[in-house]
Design a protein around this ligand. Structure first.
Ligand SMILES: [Zn+2]
Length: 347
């Protein structure tokens, strides 16, 4: 499936384990190897995801060989699939609630930017059915017992995917160390009490639970904290950052727009500089080139905001210009621009 799905990723995301210290000896975890990397088609675009594995750094630890991986990376898609869970949930909904044909579903996905064919859609809803059949059975015990023997316990992750607003949410619970899906259910209500009914049968298996990972969703957190108050809890950073960063990213976009608007005048300055061949014109052109290059800044939101970058670099250029004007008639233009680290808008 991966090779057939020739898609160009829009961004690369490196996922590291949410758990930062060893659940057994509390030592720090250290990078050991890349667990997997793949392109994943989601309803929000294609991402190149890298799942980075970490191990306990204490050689005396009874579970020093356990490789911890990001629960969030595992939650993006099913094993051996390059389609996101959100796509899978949408296919399930279109097929079983709206009774759409394979071709209609393929058209809808393609319309939303998820490249697919009717054959792939068939495979996706077969996967969806497999997913919903996941439940606490003897098979699950067969998988989990060796995990407990080897790693000293299990780590749970829980995530909810809602393909269409206002409709049901598909909740999935996994065991992170083995990647086993323990429960998956469409739920009309996302209240903590309802989510507990999905979690409880897993706790009742009686295996030691050494960690929990989820996104910031309040009801998941409340349900887990009520049922497993003593188990260390970690949040998914990518999800969490996206949620809290949205208002900041929106404000930053406005800032970028307004700075760009203020800099529109450079075209006139450029025209004037072109007309007069003199030292001042050469200096002005250098500044114009610096401003043009800073306007191309895209940053990498939410951690590196383009509006802020443009604003700060524009300010540095402005300060450089003021120093330059103060020295007017008494400087060598090229070195004055180049020697001034602050005025360089290059990244
Ligand atoms: Zn350890």
């Amino acid at each position: 499936m991966l090779t057939k799905n020739r898609i160009a990723p829009e961004k690369t995301v490196y996922f590291r384990p949410e758990i930062k210290s060893c659940p057994h000896c509390r030592s720090g975890l250290r990078f050991c190897h890349t667990v997997w990397k793949k392109n994943i088609s989601t309803l929000q675009g294609v991402i190149r995801a890298w799942s980075i594995g970490y191990r306990c750094c204490n050689p005396q630890c009874p579970h020093a060989s356990t490789v911890y991986r990001s629960a969030e990376a595992e939650m993006l898609s099913m094993k051996h699939s390059s389609y996101g869970f959100d796509v899978l949930a949408l296919v399930g909904e279109l097929r079983f609630k709206h009774h759409k044909t394979r071709q209609e579903i393929a058209d809808e996905l393609n319309g939303r930017g998820v490249k697919t064919s009717d054959r792939n859609v068939q495979m996706l809803y077969e996967r969806y059915l497999t997913l919903l059949r996941a439940s606490v059975t003897d098979q699950v015990r067969e998988v989990l017992q060796p995990v407990v023997n080897e790693h000293g316990g299990i780590i749970l992750s829980m995530d909810g995917v809602q393909p269409e607003k206002g409709n049901e949410t598909l909740y999935v619970i996994r065991e992170v160390l083995s990647g086993t899906i323990l429960a998956a259910q469409n739920m009309k209500s996302s209240s903590a009490a309802d989510l507990e009914t999905l979690i409880l049968p897993i706790i009742e298996l009686g295996y030691p639970i050494i960690g929990i990972v989820s996104d910031g969703q309040r009801s998941i957190r409340m349900a887990m904290e009520r049922l497993l108050p003593d188990v260390p809890y970690q949040y998914c950073q990518f999800h969490y950052l996206k949620d809290i960063a949205k208002p900041v990213v929106d404000l930053d976009r406005k800032l970028k727009k307004s700075v760009k608007k203020n800099l529109r005048g450079i075209r006139d300055v450029e025209k004037k500089a072109d007309k007069n061949a003199c030292l001042e014109s050469e200096v002005a052109k250098e500044y114009i080139a610096a401003i043009r290059s800073l306007l191309l800044e895209d940053g990498d939101p939410p951690l590196n905001l383009p509006g802020m970058l443009i604003y700060e670099n524009a300010k540095a250029i402005q300060e450089s210009l003021q120093r330059c004007l103060a020295k007017k008639g008494d400087f060598t233009p090229r070195t004055s621009v180049q020697n001034n680290q602050q005025s360089k808008p290059v990244h």
